[in-house]
Design a protein around this ligand. Sequence first.
Ligand SMILES: Cc1cc2nc3c(=O)[nH]c(=O)nc-3n(C[C@H](O)[C@H](O)[C@H](O)COP(=O)(O)OP(=O)(O)OC[C@H]3O[C@@H](n4cnc5c(N)ncnc54)[C@H](O)[C@@H]3O)c2cc1C
Length: 328
Amino acid sequence: MKVAIIGSGIIGSAIAFHLASLGMRVEVWETQTQPGLGSTGAALGFLLGVASAKTSGRIVRLRLDSLKLYDTWLPELEKLTGRRVLLHQGIVCLPRDGHLWRELAQVRAKQGYSLEPVVIGQYQGFYSPTDRVVHPLELVSALVEAATQRGAKFHWGCAWEQGREADSDRVVVCGGLGSQALVELPLQAVGGQAIEVAVAADPHLPALHIVDELGDVNLVPLGGGRYWIGATVEFDPTVLPRAENVTYLLGRVGQYFPQFQESTVLNTWANYRPRPIGRGAPVIEWCRPGWLVASGHYRNGLLLAPITAQIVGEMLINSTTATSINKS
Ligand SMILES: Cc1cc2nc3c(=O)[nH]c(=O)nc-3n(C[C@H](O)[C@H](O)[C@H](O)COP(=O)(O)OP(=O)(O)OC[C@H]3O[C@@H](n4cnc5c(N)ncnc54)[C@H](O)[C@@H]3O)c2cc1C
């Protein structure tokens, strides 16, 4: 089967890798000249399935199944490409409401996952050995390299124009926010900003997911006192990045670890998450004969990339008896 993929963010690249591994003939069209310059490049790389407050439902199943797929994806990708994709195995969650999290730990134990009580500084936290942090750009680059090794062809700097006909058997639309210009999928752009800082008095923190009444803050140690901190969730974003967001993020972490109030800001960046309007994330479905859409992954595109690729693979295989778009 010949498959055209539109978009080489984390979703399109993961699908390209998986379909090429299944022996399909894959071609990817990407507007940008390199992978991961959309939402993916702005992400902090948290793969949070276990240390996440929701306990049941479709999204929880997708998260936990995708985390499991990473058990094989990460070593395979690192071996195939020599890239160091995994930044941290295991993360610590610092919740304001410890009682709620003790209950969550019991639910997760029944589901086969562990959340162990741990103390970080003066705070009670929960260690999740299963959750991880990856380097988003290394991950997407590794997927592109590995897909290429398995025969996928990437067309960089080539936008798929609206109304263009496909010369493949199937098309998978993975344009992130750009998907709505190609197929009927209303999406909202939800802004997010992150920073990289250097802390002189390094408190040597683990990868941290802080959850309190002001929302979530994620912190990724990079070594040598450097950290990524993010991300804001802006439903009504104006122009990003904004100077006040830098102050906000430093203040949020500084509340817990005062060393961050004295840190040097090395970089700040921002982008927009694709959030489906009026329905849950993500959207993986047939949208017209021979065309699948896999978009709208909102805040969890990195986490959900392997399970999305697996679902798309199954949908394509099960559709082999359906009419080819070339004939429809
Ligand atoms: C600040 C921030 C922090 C985040 N942190 C995390 C995190 O820690 N963990 C997590 O799991 N998720 C995180 N996310 C969310 C995650 O980044 C997104 O869910 C994910 O990147 C969406 O991936 P995508 O491939 O669908 O979209 P994108 O990465 O935007 O990729 C879509 C690609 O399609 C291309 N494209 C669009 N239209 C066309 C066209 N017509 N022709 C050709 N190419 C086209 C675009 O150029 C782009 O490269 C974060 C997001 C932000 C903004």
